[in-house]
Design a protein around this ligand. Structure first.
Ligand code: FE2
Length: 231
């Protein structure tokens, strides 16, 4: 079985290992976009191994590696070592938190010239803990979210974690913005502005880094996920 799951033309997912954060298990997922210059854009890299590297190499050369928030940087340097011609881009708050992190550039409010034709981006702000870059692949009308929407697979969690994740609002099919993350929103105006900018994109599906992607009624799922913000 291929390690690459085709999502649509020029966009794939690659699932990684389960990682543990504060003992909580998280399934992980990387998103790969082939840009119109044929180079690859990697979002939130998963743990590296030889077969994953080979699968990516078969797709093409990696030009950009994205660390979309201050938690999803763990494997960035491993991928950069194997694709040294790539540029590593990090979320705006990452350099301050990890001064030793090696990177090429800091992600901003507008997409970089080298991917703006393929991908748009919004810096979802308002959280004092975990602001996040959220992306939109234009060709496939796909929203790419890292932690702000989670939809954990019940089949990959034991009874205990299913209870915890249901309580935190992140268990599929009723996933959404984790309740603990909602509590970190300190600037609602900024968060609402970010939410509204994302809704301007005509997306038809949501890729999430943790859990089951949303392929049906994605806009309704997204809006429902942020009911608490607009209440
Ligand atoms: Fe995460």
């Amino acid at each position: 079985m291929s390690l690459l799951l085709p999502i649509d033309e020029n966009i794939w997912c690659m699932d990684g290992d389960s990682v543990s954060m504060y003992t909580i298990p998280f399934q992980t997922r990387m998103t790969i976009i082939r840009q119109n210059d044929n180079n690859l854009w990697l979002h939130s890299p998963v743990a590296i191994n030889e077969s994953r590297i080979n699968a990516i190499k078969e797709l093409g050369a990696v030009s950009h590696i994205i660390a979309p928030n201050n938690l999803h940087h763990l494997f960035v340097n491993d991928w950069f070592e194997h694709f040294p011609d790539a540029k590593v881009w990090v979320a705006p708050d990452l350099p301050g938190k990890l001064p030793k992190l090696t990177f090429y550039g800091v992600l901003g409010e507008t997409p970089e010239t080298s991917w703006k034709d393929d991908i748009d981006q919004v810096y979802f702000q308002g959280s004092n803990i975990l602001p996040e870059m959220i992306f939109f692949h234009r060709q496939s009308r796909t929203l790419i979210v890292t932690d702000f929407i989670q939809n954990h697979d019940p089949a990959k969690n034991n009874w205990f974690w299913k209870i915890v994740k249901r309580f935190n609002g992140v268990l599929a099919p009723h996933g959404g913005v984790p309740k603990d993350l909602r509590l970190t929103i300190r600037d609602r105006k900024l968060a609402i502005a970010s939410f509204e900018r994302i809704l301007e994109w005509d997306f038809q599906r949501i890729i999430v880094s943790h859990g089951i992607c949303i392929n049906d009624n994605a806009r309704a799922f997204f809006q429902k996920s942020f009911d608490w913000l607009n209440a």
